[in-house]
Design a binder for this molecule. Structure first.
Ligand code: G1P
Length: 292
């Protein structure tokens, strides 16, 4: 399936990350030196996505600023010969054509995706939640596009999680088809452990047909009183097949301070330019552990 567009919902209040999110959008919080948002735009671009539609809210204008040129800074970096830094600030805007739509009210993830309807038009697209950071080559969207091609249906990324935390997630009721792939029979958003149909939790990557928009139009508020994408996909099942795919890669929960710290440490170990200092940092800290 040729998928050219990605929707990245970034309109949330970031309550799990207050107080910093009072003035800094969660999506711009860094893993090392780059915002989370950049990692997911890179993942989309790697999968062939050419156009990224970011759904933001009023007060989060700095997200758009990140993708705009900074002529004065660029001039200065050119003059001082700081070519690496110059490349790094220009890189984000070369990845894809990034545009923005505003979600006027925080009515939920499903509503945020619906806000992008006009920008997406009548073609399949991907949804990427920028606080689910997943480290793998090839990226999760690339992996999912293969599944979508093979089964000719929508695809949702899932992973098995301990039953004790299942109430934090969307959960699928699914039939194993082998090769990490499951046929989705139903979905439920943030069920109590007793009501969860499985421990396969939804992770923030979706490949969806444009028909999802009609479904979202008809989706009533669900968990937390919000219009949930999970509930919209449940309606979609009446007309289209959807598959759940257990992706390859490590997921970091960039929506919480410790999850983001973990991501920074692991990316710091993986990156050549930071490996030595990050491993020295971890070794030093582990020696100090007994003092706490
Ligand atoms: C959202 C989705 C949920 C999914 C989760 C993954 O929930 O609604 O289905 O499991 O992302 O991160 P949120 O984390 O916004 O509450």
């Amino acid at each position: 399936m040729q998928v050219k567009k990605a929707v990245i919902p970034a309109a949330g209040l970031g309550t799990r990350f207050l107080p910093i999110t009072k003035s800094v959008p969660k999506e711009l919080l860094p893993i090392l030196d780059r915002p989370m948002l950049q990692y997911v735009v890179e993942e989309a671009a790697e999968a062939g996505v050419e156009e990224v539609i970011v759904v933001t809210a009023r007060g989060k204008e700095s997200i758009a600023a990140y993708f705009q040129p900074r002529p004065e800074l660029e001039k200065r970096l050119t003059e001082t010969g700081a070519t690496d830094l110059l490349d790094s600030i220009q890189h984000a805007s070369t990845l894809a054509d990034v545009s923005f739509v505003i979600q006027e009210q925080p009515l939920g993830l499903g509503h945020a995706v619906l806000t992008a309807r006009e920008a997406v038009g009548d073609e399949p697209f991907v949804v990427i939640l920028p606080d689910d950071i997943i480290d793998h080559q090839p990226g999760v969207i690339s992996q999912m596009l293969e599944v979508s091609d093979q089964y000719n249906g929508g695809v949702i990324a899932v992973e098995q999680v301990p039953w004790e935390v299942i109430h934090n997630y969307g959960v699928v009721d699914a039939d194993d088809r082998g090769n990490r792939t499951h046929f989705v029979r139903g979905l439920v958003e943030k069920p109590a452990k007793e009501d969860a149909p499985s421990n396969l939790s939804i992770v923030g990557r979706y490949i969806l047909p444009p028909d999802i928009f009609d479904c979202l139009e008809q989706t009533p508020p669900g968990a937390r009183g919000e219009i949930q994408l999970t509930d919209g996909i449940q309606l979609l099942l009446e007309e289209q097949d959807v598959y759940a795919y257990e992706f390859q890669g490590t997921r970091y929960d960039g929506g919480t301070p410790v999850g983001l710290l973990r991501a920074s440490l692991e990316y710091g170990l993986a990156r050549e330019d930071t490996r030595e200092s990050v491993s020295a940092l971890i070794t030093g800290l582990s020696r100090k552990l007994a003092d706490y």
